[in-house]
Design a protein around this ligand. Structure first.
Ligand code: SAH
Length: 282
C-alpha cells in the first residue's frame, strides 16, 4: 500500500480517505468519542507551521482516528507515536503504520497512559476528555515536552485565554496560565471536519513555562477546584468552609486581607499560589 502525503490532497480527497477508512473498518463515527475527522489541508499546514515541525521531532498524537493527521506528521517528522481508543481505528492505523514505517500505534485510553518520550504533542482533543487531558498536559506532563498544538472546542479555547472576572475565567484558565504560555492561534470552522460537529473549534498552542514557582500540586489543585465551585462568592466565605472541610489549622483572618476580600472569580492565577502557600497542611 502506498500512502500519499495528505498535504497534497484536496479537501474532497481527504473526505474520501476518511469515508473509505470508516467503511472498510465498519466504523460509524461516535459523537461520544469525538470522532470528527480532519479533512482540511490548510489546517494541516497550520499545525505544521505553529508546531514548527522538523525532521528530528518525535511527536505524540492523541486520537489517531482515520490517520490523516498521523500520515501528515509521519511525512514530516522522525517518529510518530499515536494513541487511539477505538479498536477498529487502531487496526486501520496499524495498516497505515506498516506502510509508513515511522509510526507506532498504541491501543488505549490516553488518560490511562504515561507520556512517551517525545518532544512535541499534537492532538485533536475529543470534547469528552478535554478537561482531564488538559490537566494532564498542563500539570502532570509539564516540562516533558516543548510544545503542544491542540485542536479543541472553540469555547474551551476562549476559557484558556480568559482574564479574571469574566465568565469564561475558571480553573482551566488558572492551571493553563500558571504552567504554560497559551496562544489562541485561530478559530476553526466546523466544516473542516467530517462528520461536521455542532460547534467550531480553536487551534491552541501550549508552551510549558520553565519558571513556575515550587508548591504542592495536589493541594493547589484541590483548592482551585473547590474555590471555583463557588466562583461568585467572597473568597473569605468559601475558604472558611474549605478550611473546615479539610481540617486545616489556620483561620481566614491570618490570610492576606486583599486576597480574601475578593470574589473567587477575580483572583489572579498567582493569587491561588499565594493562598495555597498559607494553607500548608500540618
Ligand atoms: N486526529 C484525527 C482524529 C480526530 S477524532 C483527525 O484529525 O482526523 C478524535 C479521535 O480520538 C477519535 O478517533 C477517537 O476515537 C479518539 N479518542 C477518543 N477518546 C480517546 C481516548 N480517551 N484515548 C485515545 N483516543 C481517544
Amino acid at each position: 500500500m502506498s500512502i500519499r502525503d495528505p498535504a497534497e490532497l484536496s479537501r474532497s480527497e481527504l473526505v474520501r480517505w476518511v469515508k473509505e477508512v470508516l467503511r472498510r473498518y465498519g466504523v460509524r463515527p461516535s459523537r461520544k468519542l469525538g470522532q470528527h475527522f480532519l479533512v482540511e489541508p490548510s489546517l494541516l499546514r497550520d499545525i505544521e507551521r505553529f508546531g514548527d515541525l522538523r525532521r528530528d521531532d518525535i511527536v505524540f498524537e492523541i486520537g489517531g482516528g482515520t490517520g490523516v493527521l498521523t500520515a501528515f506528521l509521519a511525512f514530516r517528522v522522525k517518529h510518530v507515536i499515536t494513541i487511539e481508543i477505538d479498536r477498529r481505528l487502531v487496526e486501520a492505523l496499524r495498516e497505515l503504520s506498516s506502510a509508513l514505517g515511522n509510526v507506532e500505534v498504541i491501543e488505549g485510553d490516553v488518560l490511562e497512559y504515561e507520556l512517551p518520550r517525545v518532544n512535541k504533542i499534537v492532538a485533536d482533543i475529543p470534547y469528552s476528555i478535554t478537561s482531564p487531558l488538559l490537566e494532564k498536559l498542563l500539570l502532570e506532563w509539564r516540562g516533558r515536552y516543548e510544545v503542544a498544538v491542540l485542536t479543541l472546542q472553540h469555547e474551551v479555547g476562549e476559557r484558556l485565554i480568559a482574564v479574571p472576572g469574566t465568565k469564561e475565567y475558571g480553573r482551566l484558565t488558572v492551571f493553563c496560565n500558571l504552567f504554560s504560555e497559551v496562544t489562541y492561534l485561530r478559530r476553526i470552522p466546523r466544516s473542516f471536519f467530517y462528520p461536521i460537529p455542532e460547534v467550531d473549534s480553536a487551534l491552541i498552542k501550549i508552551v510549558p513555562r520553565s519558571d513556575v514557582p515550587e508548591f504542592n500540586y495536589s493541594n493547589f489543585r484541590d483548592l482551585v477546584t473547590y474555590l471555583f465551585t463557588q466562583r461568585n462568592k467572597l473568597v473569605k466565605k468559601v475558604l472558611t468552609e474549605y478550611i473546615k472541610s479539610r481540617d486545616l489549622r489556620i483561620s481566614v483572618d491570618e490570610l492576606p486581607s486583599e486576597l480574601v476580600n475578593k470574589r473567587v472569580r477575580d483572583l489572579r492565577p498567582l493569587d491561588f499560589i499565594e493562598l495555597v502557600k498559607h494553607l500548608k497542611r500540618t
